[in-house]
Every structure is written in structure tokens, then in C-alpha cells.
Design a binder for this molecule. Structure first.
Ligand SMILES: [Mg+2]
Length: 228
């Protein structure tokens, strides 16, 4: 642990609230299509579309909007009125203008870490949207570097670690997704701390906790301070 000099934070549902907004948007979308299919079927269809499109659109609100349009067209067999597209766009615009609500303990923890460690944000999502959220969060000045990543695979972290000019054993990643924030970092030889959030996007679900000496699990971000 003494070797850690760089701490990277996932953003969505680690620094601030995100998934509840997406779930609200999804409910609004299911309501739009309820004359065609029950809510849970629409929701499953949307998830299938999103996953199928990830390699084309990446993660974020814009891809989510396009996947809603595609799902609506498919479910209604092309019969949905054009006014439905307006409503879907409105759902997306609403998501892009949500307030940024910091999670408990975030600001005070960053305050304690600043100056002692190099702090980094490592997040997926749309570039402009993540920049907006970071600005609105008021956290910008804590970070030495912001990395908005198209994906969080092993090789993406290798690139980031190289770019930061550190070694895996100097690097701690903190995030809410075992699949995206934890496993690839451990596989690269880095440290990883999981802070579960009460809801997780279905695509990020992961059942098993990793077994590694470099893995930690916290209930709240403040606990990071105790382990360093
Ligand atoms: Mg996250």
C-alpha cells in the first residue's frame, strides 16, 4: 500500500449520483411504449439494444437516446408516431441537464487526499456530458488529470497508467463497478477499491468478489483514508 501515489476515481455513482437518473428515464420510456408491450419487456428490449450498440456508440446519454429511438421503432413495428421521437429526445435532454449531486463524504475525502496523492478521474460516458458534470460538481480543482474513456478494459487501464507515468503498483482505482473499475485494474497489477452503490446498471452486474491482496471493499468513500 505504501507504493500508491496515484488514486483514480470512477465518476458516475462513485463521486456523484447517476444510475437513478437513468432508471427514471427508462421508466418514462417504458410508459411511452406501454400500449405496445409491458414495462419489463420494453426495459429488456432497451437493454438488449444498448448492449448491441455499445461498440458503435460507447457509453453515455447520446447512445442511450439512439437506442431508445431504435427500440421504439422495433417494438411498435414502425407504427409509433414521430411525436414519440420528440418525447424520447426530451427524456434524453432532461438527463443531460440533471443536477450533479455528490455522494456522501466525497468532497471531504478529496480534501484530505489532495496534495498527498495525485488524484485522477477515470470515467466512461459522453465527453461533453462528463465535462459538464465535473464542472457542475465543483470538484475539478482536486484533479491532476481527467480521463474520459471509451471503455474500461485491461488495455484501456494500461494506457492510462502509462500516460500517468506510473506503475501498476503505484495506482489505486476506486469505483462502484467490479466489472469496469476493479477487475481490469487488479489484472494489471494495480490496487482497486470497490464502493458498492445501491443500484447498478444491469450491464455492469457482477456476482463474485475478486480474491486479491490488492482488492479492498468500502461502504463509504471516507474509508479510503483509513487504508492508506
Ligand atoms: Mg460508476
Amino acid at each position: 500500500m505504501n507504493s500508491i501515489n496515484t488514486i483514480a476515481f470512477d465518476a458516475d455513482d462513485t463521486l456523484w449520483v447517476n444510475e437513478p437518473y437513468f432508471q427514471e428515464a427508462e421508466i418514462a420510456f417504458c410508459e411511452l411504449l406501454e400500449e405496445y408491450l409491458p414495462h419489463d419487456t420494453v426495459s429488456k428490449e432497451l437493454l438488449d439494444t444498448e448492449i448491441r450498440n455499445l461498440h458503435l456508440y460507447g457509453y453515455g446519454v447520446k447512445g442511450f437516446m439512439l437506442s431508445m429511438v431504435e427500440t421504439a421503432t422495433r417494438i411498435s413495428k414502425g407504427a409509433a408516431p414521430l411525436s414519440m421521437i420528440d418525447k424520447i429526445i426530451a427524456i434524453g435532454h432532461d438527463l443531460l441537464q440533471k443536477p450533479v449531486e455528490l455522494l456522501d463524504g466525497v468532497a471531504e475525502t478529496l480534501d484530505q487526499l489532495k496534495g498527498k496523492y495525485r488524484l485522477v478521474v477515470a470515467t466512461k460516458g459522453d465527453l461533453l456530458d462528463q465535462e459538464r458534470k465535473l464542472k457542475k460538481s465543483g470538484l475539478q480543482n482536486y484533479f491532476h488529470h481527467i480521463e474520459i474513456m471509451s471503455d474500461k478494459r485491461n488495455t484501456d487501464y494500461q494506457k492510462l497508467i502509462r500516460h500517468l507515468d506510473c506503475r501498476p503498483e503505484n495506482f489505486l482505482m476506486i469505483g462502484n463497478s467490479i466489472k469496469s473499475d476493479i477487475l481490469p485494474v487488479l489484472e494489471n497489477g494495480g490496487y482497486a477499491a470497490h464502493i458498492p452503490y445501491h443500484i447498478t446498471w444491469a450491464h455492469e452486474h457482477h456476482e463474485h468478489k475478486p480474491e486479491s491482496e490488492r482488492f479492498m471493499e468500502f461502504k463509504n468513500i471516507r474509508e479510503v483514508l483509513e487504508c492508506l
